[in-house]
Write a protein that binds this ligand. Structure first.
Ligand code: TA6
Length: 300
């Protein structure tokens, strides 16, 4: 069991970083620096809140989220790894992999010369991870809390053979209302819709969400923007090391069926995800690493 006193002794930065307990003794790290406030759960290495000073929260977190081992926290940025979506051959294995269902070890907390706070967590392969996925690996999640939030998943192959994995930084963005927002940055990009045959192309420069959407845009490294007129802001979603961008909203009917979301939650968030999946899975040889990053902030 992780000891909150030991964490505080080792990592606490007076006035900037401390730890607190969530439900069921899950521990999170709380950052408050000159730029922003943020909360990161050690379970799942999942950031659940990022709020630049004097701004409305950028990440959406379900008020009905489970904080229970074996279940993913609903909201923030769940880390999907080492597969995205259902497992290819074994539906009994957890959707979106085991990364979001494991305790990650906090390794390092630093402040850089600009006063941004950097946090690094690690997950190393073990008998538990090998029961799901047979390879040896070393995964790191790094968060930089500044005016923007930078999140990186770095995976290193420590196996004697090459492996493939898929992953996502499955970011839930907090909205005033889904019907009022538009998403820019995907015009001219091909995509497929989950559960529908065929390929589509994004015709309009402004994507509006009117219903359930589960779109996977191919071959795109583009920065997206969420324009939210009621919150009077444009959220920037940049990324690197990922060529697939997923846009997901469950719509009213699926939202009602999802036990860890209020019925109206679909109006309050959209996911825009930096993904490596489909024709963009990552193949790394022994000793090789790959980084998938997202940078999130407000357009000035
Ligand atoms: O990224 C989109 C998606 O794969 C959807 O198909 C949807 O099911 C969503 O993720 C949420 O998955 P979860 O397992 O967190 O309920």
């Amino acid at each position: 069991m992780i000891d909150i006193n030991q964490l505080n002794e080792k990592f606490k930065i007076e006035g900037v970083l401390t730890f607190k307990k969530l439900k069921n003794n899950l521990i999170c790290l709380v950052v408050s620096n000159q730029y922003a406030d943020a909360t990161i759960s050690l379970y799942g290495a999942q950031i659940t809140s990022f709020r630049p000073k004097k701004e409305v929260e950028i990440l959406w977190l379900s008020p009905m989220s489970y904080y229970e081992e074996g279940k993913a926290i609903r909201g923030g940025i769940p880390v999907c790894f080492p597969w995205f979506g259902p497992h290819k051959s074994d539906p009994a294995k957890p959707q979106h992999g085991f990364g979001r269902l494991m305790y990650w070890e906090l390794m390092e907390v630093t402040e850089n010369t600009h006063g941004e706070t950097q946090i690094r967590l690690e997950l190393t392969s073990s008998e538990i991870t090998k029961a799901y996925w047979p390879y040896e690996f070393f995964a790191e999640m790094t968060f930089t809390i500044g005016k923007t939030l930078k999140v990186t998943l770095k995976v290193t192959n420590t196996s004697p053979i090459q492996f493939d994995y898929s992953c996502a930084l499955h970011t839930y963005f907090n909205l005033s209302a889904i019907e009022d927002i538009t998403i820019e940055g995907l015009k001219g990009t091909r995509y497929y819709k989950n559960g529908e045959p065929g390929e589509f192309i994004q015709e309009s420069s402004k994507l509006k969400i009117h219903q359930v959407e589960d779109r996977h845009y191919y071959d795109t490294s583009a920065t997206c923007f969420i324009e939210d007129p009621k919150f009077r802001r444009k959220i920037m979603v940049a990324k690197s090391g990922s060529k697939t961008t997923t846009v997901w909203n469950p719509g009213a009917a699926n939202c009602h069926k999802t036990s860890d979301m209020p019925n109206e939650a679909y109006r309050r968030f959209v996911c825009i995800e930096a993904v490596n999946s489909l024709n963009d899975t990552v193949c790394i040889t022994p000793g090789e690493s790959h980084e998938t990053s997202a940078v999130i902030g407000l357009k000035e």
